[in-house]
Design a protein around this ligand. Structure first.
Ligand code: NAD
Length: 272
């Protein structure tokens, strides 16, 4: 966990899917920067409350609240933004992090599992970005708080560029995020909205526990990572809090890969 700083003081951050994993680390990192935090959860109320409790105990200036919301449901997302504005006055940063995998070979993939992954991983990010931009524009610039009107961070994946057999729904959702993020950048950059993605590589969370919890799985993962180290959620938290701050003001419309070099295709190291 990074040292307390104040780069997000006076700002409010919604982090979707932040009751655990990467979202939890992002929420805590942004809280340590002084922000108010909305811990969004889908089904794990108790875990979300634990994250909020940790923040309220450890953050010197920001507060945390917990809001239930299924990011794939428009009314839920609208409601989450409404509650946030009513509690904290506005939203400055939206980290669209919620995501899931439902893996099958393509020829065995039920339409419902294709649809669910697209609904959460892509449509959910569209719905959050839409409500965030509406709120950024309603509130207007506050130069004393941030140089940008608002910041959007999409949690993507190395699979926005690396095809992934057995995971067509997931890879397609993350590939779609590239165009969503870049189009938002083009459309709302003139309003001073900053929109970027973070693309994690292999980070130890529940989403890939079945792989990293066995020696064989860990060895297989490490073969894909030139830095020879599996990532942890704090590796993403520290990048996200910096990316939300004015220190990264001129970064707009790009994906930051946090992957130990996975996108350098290590399979070619001794075979080119
Ligand atoms: P995780 O399973 O620990 O967390 C995912 C979170 O999303 C959970 O809190 C879950 O409850 C929430 N969620 C799922 N459906 C939701 C919905 N409909 N509405 C609201 N919340 C919902 O996994 P994670 O690794 O922390 O994943 C976070 C993000 O990072 C995802 O978008 C994932 O695709 C991305 N990612 C993770 C890795 C990795 O190696 N862990 C790599 C690349 C990308």
């Amino acid at each position: 966990m990074q040292k307390p700083n104040k780069r997000l003081e006076g700002q409010t951050c919604i982090i979707t899917g932040s009751s655990d994993g990467i979202g939890e680390a992002v929420a805590k990192a942004m809280a340590m920067e002084g922000a108010n935090i909305v811990v969004n959860y889908h089904s794990s109320k108790e875990e979300a409350e634990e994250v909020a409790h940790w923040i309220n105990k450890n953050s010197s200036c920001g507060d945390a609240i917990v809001i239930k919301c299924d990011v794939s449901k428009e009314n839920d997302v609208k409601d989450m933004f409404k509650k946030t504005v009513s509690e904290f006055g506005t939203v400055d940063v939206c980290v669209a992090n919620a995501g899931l995998q439902l893996d099958h070979s393509l020829h065995e993939m039920p339409l419902s599992d294709w649809q669910r992954v697209i609904d959460v991983n892509l449509t959910g990010q569209f719905l959050c970005a839409k409500e965030a931009i509406i709120e950024f524009k309603r509130r207007g610039m506050r130069p004393e708080i941030s140089k940008s009107l608002g910041k959007l961070i999409h949690m993507s994946s190395v699979h926005e560029v690396i095809p992934w057999a057995g995971h067509a729904n997931y890879a397609a959702s993350k590939g779609g995020l590239v165009m969503l993020m870049q189009t938002i950048c083009q459309e709302y950059g003139p309003d001073k909205v900053r929109c970027n993605s973070i693309a994690p590589g292999a980070i130890k969370t529940d989403i890939n526990k079945d792989v990293w919890s066995t020696q064989e799985g860990r060895d297989g993962m490490l073969k894909l990572i030139p830095y020879n180290q599996i990532g942890v959620p704090d590796d993403i938290g520290s990048v996200a809090s910096w990316l939300a701050s004015d220190e990264s003001e001129y970064i707009n419309g790009t994906t930051i890969f946090v992957d130990g070099g996975m996108t350098c295709y290590p399979g070619f190291t001794a075979n080119g």
